[in-house]
Design a protein around this ligand. Sequence first.
Ligand code: NAD
Length: 437
Amino acid sequence: MAAARKAFVGWRDTPPKARAQVLHRWRVLLEAHLDELAWLASHENGKIVSEARASVEKGIECLEFAVALPNAETGGVLEVSRGITCAVRQEPLGIVAGIVPFNFPAMVPMWMAPLALCAGNAFILKPSEKVPYTALRMAELAEAAGLPPGVLQIVQGGRAVVEALCDHSEIKALAFVGSTKVAKLVYGRSTALGKRCLALGGANNHLVVVPDADPEMTATNVVASSMGSAGQRCMAASVMVAVGDVHHIVDLAVQKAAAIRLGDELGCIIDGEAVARIHRYIDDTVGRGAKLLLDGRGKRPVGVEGGYWVGPTVLDGVTADMPAGCDEIFGPVLSIIRVATLDQAIAIENGNPYGNAAAIYSSHGGTAEYAIARFSAGMCGVNVGVPVPREPFAFGGWNDSRFGYGDITGADGYRFWSQARKVTTTWALQKDATWMS
Ligand code: NAD
């Protein structure tokens, strides 16, 4: 905090365009170290290198948005009365902090740091204790780019550090990304002390497939959504709601999931506890009468001894009230719920407390629009199973997937990390001025 306090004043007083220049040099260094960062994120998280690389690239995209802000967010000025102008400018909040999860060690920090820094704050980032290295390396590169010491700091640790960040009176704003349980705790604790907080939580995303969906595109996309990052992402499809006769699409999806090469195309699970949790969900669902179309329990890449692995798993005949139908499993497990009508599918999606993402697979625009208008989710896809809005469109869900107001990236993110100062000015007394002119 002492370092942040000291650094903040100088950084606040650095013109926005000069701040953006430092961040631009950071971007150049991140690109130059792309392979190294992808390797680091892959090795500490377990995702395959190509996924890790894409996640670093996505983080860089967020940085590009922030670097462009001084050209887009120029404030505004208007003559509001004769001889009187009112101007608005965004100013930093002071010392602010971000707390991030294990599943995207490079990308999620970049949802926060560039915007918070571009706005002129001193930013403290707490990575997940499960993946402490990538964010640290990125911060080293920021320093190498010329970011003054103390403007971006990394503090490692777990719950005790999170609580200290929530409680510290000098931290003005706190962003959190992680599970819903912890998001609620962090949001409650920090807002009770008057802090600005935006806390993104977990998810249970529904992909609704209707009979006129393109079989090849749908099966490929559903499998990519549910199995990518080994299902350890908040945008993963966890539930496929199969409407009517879509057996041919289910069969194709199972074939494609079965063909995934564990280790090459599908990474590993974060730890043994997570593997045990995923197994518990599979066992429980089978015990409740669901059919196991593909069993990933006990699978590991040929010749690999260590690590924590679960292969692609598909459960059919799941119902919305089974734990696998309504919880976040966070593993490479696709649960299929069968229904007769699109309205039943929408009711299941709406009945889930989360609201991160939902998608409809159809070849008919009217059907797609009907579903999209009724889903209770902040990020919706039409034939897209991971509907992450790319910059400048902002990332953020609804319901129990988000506590607080606004999205975490894009213009909302910049507003979150800044405050508007309005300045009303006149330079000459107007002859006919009344007290209210
Ligand atoms: P997590 O909630 O366990 O941890 C997130 C952060 O909170 C970590 O930095 C951790 O150190 C800290 N933490 C953990 N327990 C805590 C406690 N009791 N008190 C205070 N702090 C605590 O989440 P995770 O397992 O690292 O990540 C997976 C979760 O994150 C999933 O639920 C996933 O959906 C969610 N996620 C959401 C988004 C989104 O945009 N909505 C994005 C990525 C991940």
